[in-house]
Design a protein. Structure first.
Length: 491
């Protein structure tokens, strides 16, 4: 009894203090809020959202060039040397040991440091007005290469798949940081009232980094990515159980909302707001999600352009769904295609995966462009690291003619959303081993994405455990249609 009395006393004391800050019209809370609203449009919009829906669209720090993002994540790490970065010197020294001065003290997971150099057998040629050089495995990207910017000088700090994927998505190799999609949704909100602001679609298997790739970290769970299922309801338990009528459901939700709002006023926990919005979003999605997933309503020409087949789980279907999602106001769509980890038979593997992904990715660019959506939709394509210029062969493991992990240099491409089309940025050495011009760390890529969306990353913060963590990255800029800068730069 004494213990219970102490709990009740503490509860009354906290409630009294909360009442003072929350309800006193000219209290300290109101003064602080007024000050914040006068200084920062983002803070003003955020404060307004707290009172209602936290996903209400918000203003960024400055005029954006992109309003939304579609990230095509090629999990497993595509071989840049067989797709984008042709090296005649590799062909000249194919089969020779790698020069010792290149590898130095570098260690690899599956190959010795003196492994033989391995030249691609795929043919490369130049395409478009830009003259971008591409592998024969990318015939569809070749058709629209003047609409994309190719970055050949990406580099990462992580060597293995799980930490590298988490690093590429969150800016750190450790669990607990928000993903890029979560930061963007937190900063901009969503223009959709009937779908999540951040949607995740997957094909060809799971990812090594798992749900941490689209997690919200210390942000409220409202901002985490929502994976859509491949078959049945897009989200589990979306349909009503037998015997529950729409009227019964609506009345139940109204009661739950009232109880949760009463609880929120008492304790101020943002997760209660997440719960309220999750219930309401699920209710709206009962009609919006099935309609979204019904790609059979698309024209025959559109389905053929993507190579999409209704009812099938494929990267092609997911690219078409990505376009349908951004049309409906979803802020961030991330497609994961796990299938690029080619430790053996890399040439055959690259051809196979390009057969699944090249046509739909190019179709997505074409489709967005013809619908007037490409200019303010940022498209990002790439994996977590690159592949070695040396061959991986291990008879005991059944591996031959493959490539090991290579964090020093890899290639990504971007399009739309203010990106300068037709640009090829960065250069690697004659063996494709190290970067020799325009080095682009992962953090600079992140900062570039945020900048295109209208954010100064040093001001995109969230108060957590007594401090204001911000999205990790340095100030960076990619060549845009209205800029004379020709590189991504670290501050």
């Amino acid at each position: 009894m004494k213990y219970q009395a102490e709990i009740n006393h503490e509860s009354r004391r906290l409630m009294t203090r909360r009442w003072f800050f929350r309800d006193c019209g000219m209290g300290l809370g109101s003064i602080a809020l007024a000050s914040l609203l006068g200084e920062n449009k983002l803070a003003a919009a955020t404060a307004a959202a707290v009172a209602g829906d936290p996903l209400t669209p918000k203003a960024p720090h400055f005029r954006p060039k992109a309003k939304r993002v579609i990230y095509l994540f090629m999990a497993g790490a595509p071989s840049q040397l067989d797709l984008f970065d042709y090296k005649p010197t590799l062909a000249k020294y194919d089969g020779h040991p790698v020069p010792a001065e290149l590898v130095k003290d570098q260690r690899y997971a599956f190959i010795p440091r003196d492994a033989a150099l391995f030249a691609t057998t795929l043919k490369f040629s130049r395409h478009g007005r830009s003259g971008a050089e591409l592998s024969e495995a990318l015939p569809h990207l070749a058709e629209i290469v003047d609409d994309v910017a190719i970055v050949k000088s990406m580099t990462t700090e992580a060597f293995n798949h799980a930490p590298a994927q988490i690093f590429m998505n969150t800016g750190t190799t450790q669990f607990g940081r928000p993903s890029m999609g979560s930061w963007v949704t937190y900063g901009l909100g969503s223009e959709s009232q009937s779908l999540p602001g951040f949607v995740v679609l997957s094909s060809a298997g799971g990812t090594s980094g798992g749900s941490a790739n689209w997690g919200c970290g210390f942000l409220p769970t409202l901002y985490q990515g929502v994976p859509f299922r491949r078959t049945g309801d897009p989200i589990l338990s979306l349909s009503n159980p037998p015997g529950i009528t729409p009227k019964m459901q609506r009345e139940s939700l109204d009661l739950l909302k009232e109880l949760n709002q009463h609880h929120l006023k008492g304790v101020g926990d943002p997760e209660i707001t997440t719960r309220i919005n999750a219930f309401e979003m699920a209710y709206r999605m009962q009609s919006s999600a099935p309609e979204l997933m019904e790609i059979a309503s698309e024209s025959k020409a559109t389905l053929e352009m993507y190579g999409a087949e209704p009812g099938k789980n494929s990267f092609a279907n997911n690219c078409l769904l990505a376009r349908r999602l951004v049309e409906r106001g979803v802020r961030f769509v991330q497609l994961y295609h796990e299938g690029w980890d080619h430790h053996s038979e890399v040439i055959a593997g690259v051809k196979d995966q390009c057969g699944h992904t090249d046509k739909p990715a190019a179709a997505l660019i074409k489709d967005l462009k013809q619908r007037g959506l490409l200019d303010d939709t940022l498209i990002v394509w790439g994996g977590e690291f690159g592949r070695t210029p040396m061959v991986e062969t291990n008879a005991a493991a059944g591996r031959k003619m493959g490539r090991d992990h290579h964090p020093q240099a890899f290639t990504m491409w971007l399009a739309g959303g203010g990106i300068q089309p037709g640009l090829t940025l960065g250069q690697t050495d004659d063996f494709g081993f190290n970067i020799v011009a325009d080095r682009v760390p992962v953090h600079d890529l992140h900062a570039t994405i945020l900048q295109l969306l209208g954010f100064d990353h040093t001001k995109l913060t969230y108060h957590f455990q007594g401090r204001d963590p911000l999205h990790h990255g340095r100030i960076a800029q990619m060549l845009s249609r209205r800029s004379s800068t020709r590189t991504i730069r670290g501050a």
